[in-house]
Ligand binder design. Sequence first.
Ligand code: CP
Length: 312
Amino acid sequence: MSWNKKDLLDIESLTPGEITTVLDTARAFKAVGERAIKKVPALRGKTVVNLFVEPSTRTRISFELAEQRLSADIINFSAEASSFKKGETLKDTALNLQALNADFIVIRHSASGAPHFLARTLSARIINGGDGAHEHPTQALLDAFTIRERKRKIEGLNVTILGDILYSRVARSNIWALTKLGAKVTLCGPSTLVPKTFEQMDCRVTYSVDEALREADVIYLLRIQHERQRKTMFPGIGEYTSLFGLNKARLAKTKPDALIMHPGPINRGVEIDSEIADSDRSLILEQVTNGLAVRMAVLFLLNGGKGPHEVA
Ligand code: CP
């Protein structure tokens, strides 16, 4: 299937075919990244603004590297050093970026829907780099890419997402992506952070961590999103770790080939035992590596590329 969307705002509005086109194009770009000369001219003459109004390490750096590899001109916008500090609105900031002929804006913002607002307001192509607790589409795409590369399929796999689901944009995007691609998704965590209403997204909710982990082909851990919680949702970090943290005893009861994933940043010793995070079972850094190819694919497709066959 060829790509014809102007923006990448979420996974919810993508078809399984569009998701697969991104993954196949990313596979082609991963092969480009293994060549001696890793740079291609696909975005030569195009200007990309990285508008990060919330902190980021992985997403910001991998978008910037993807843009460099595609030969784009890049502007890194720091909210702290901008006229946001003087009260300028997101709309006016974005209109100024458009007045400078920005072709793409990658936005991370604490407000859910901020990328959708820009997409309605601007002719520039908008990529959601994470909006509040809503969605983080490129994270889900790189996660699906990583699972498919390791397991050779996604359909029929049991994927358990464990942790703070309620406040997680990563969880929402992954639920959309994985269920659209035919995985069976189980959600687990404290009942205050995993409401039963998530079952409406075609996944299963359980509060038994042993049950959630036993049949999992992929164990996807999430950190507690303290920055988005307005009140204490569970008694304490120590209690969370003892009830839901992935430790050696719990790992011993999982399938021996179950993949362990986490979007980062990780809290060692809280949701994941430090040794497990560094073990061969963990794909945490492989996810980061794959994020580069996936973000190159997204930029390439939004620029008019039709699919993997066009990646030389
Ligand atoms: N996974 C992720 O979005 O990490 P950053 O917040 O560091 O970008």
